[in-house]
Design a protein around this ligand. Structure first.
Ligand code: ADP
Ligand code: MG
Length: 214
């Protein structure tokens, strides 16, 4: 039975990543499965500082290359400091965003060369690549609607979120293209399904892939 795995959740804001990660965490706790839930960029001291730089509106306009390298640097530190040691201890690591976010946002969304993103991130990540990636698909309109709700509840938009519809549509399409390229490891949760339906699909897939027998 393979108990260690690196699982990532992807999708534009408001797509349901946090919701599904919380349900998954509960499930893992119920079955006493050693787990670690983290976020990218962030998690390490260096990573959280880089996250601050990337998301702060005060950072102003950042060169796309600087953006790609900062994400890769944060990721590299997290692989070194957190992910590799956890996997060595047979812990299942679940991460909110990872390499597919850079491919979707900086690549498909902003037009940075995908091969170059892959090259830089292979350097940053060493032997790590997600074993399983869940992409929460959502219409851009619905994402805006949900984010607006969040804003009404007091959360203000960060630098990355302050972009237009066209951009997010390219990101969404990018995610779907990435899933098509790697159907074995990248699973799309279609828009419009309920929280519980998505959770069941995710749990079934993890069970099957890790041979958990649950
Ligand atoms: N399948 C779903 N159907 C309807 N609403 C959902 C669904 N999944 C999540 N939501 C709601 O959408 C909002 C954003 O979800 P969240 O998990 O915070 O997204 P993300 O972490 O991807 O930004 C929350 O209010 C959540 O309750
Ligand atoms: Mg979230």
């Amino acid at each position: 039975m393979k108990r260690n795995a690196f699982i990532t959740f992807e999708g534009i804001d408001g797509s349901g990543k946090t919701t599904q990660m919380e349900l998954l965490k509960q499930k893992m706790l119920t079955y006493n499965i050693p787990n670690l839930f983290i976020r990218d960029p962030g998690t390490t001291a260096i990573g959280e500082k880089i996250r601050g730089l990337l998301l702060a509106p005060e950072s102003g306009e950042m060169s796309l290359t600087a953006e790609v390298f900062l994400y890769a640097a944060a990721r590299s530190q997290m692989v070194y400091e957190v992910i590799n040691p956890a996997l060595e201890q047979n812990i299942i690591v679940v991460c909110d965003r990872f390499i597919h976010s850079t491919l979707a946002y900086q690549g498909y969304g902003s037009g940075y060369d995908l091969e170059t993103i892959n090259f830089i991130n292979r350097e940053a990540m060493g032997s790590i690549w997600p074993d399983l990636t869940f992409i929460m698909d959502i219409e851009v309109e619905e994402s805006f609607h949900r984010c607006l709700q969040k804003e009404l509840n007091g959360n203000s938009k960060d630098r990355i979120e302050q972009r237009n519809f066209e951009f997010y549509n390219k990101v969404r399409k990018g995610y779907l293209a990435l899933a098509k390229e790697d159907e074995k490891n990248v699973v799309v949760l279609p828009s419009g399904i309920t929280v519980e339906e998505a959770h069941q699909k995710i749990w079934r897939k993890i069970n099957e892939r890790l041979d958990l027998g649950l």
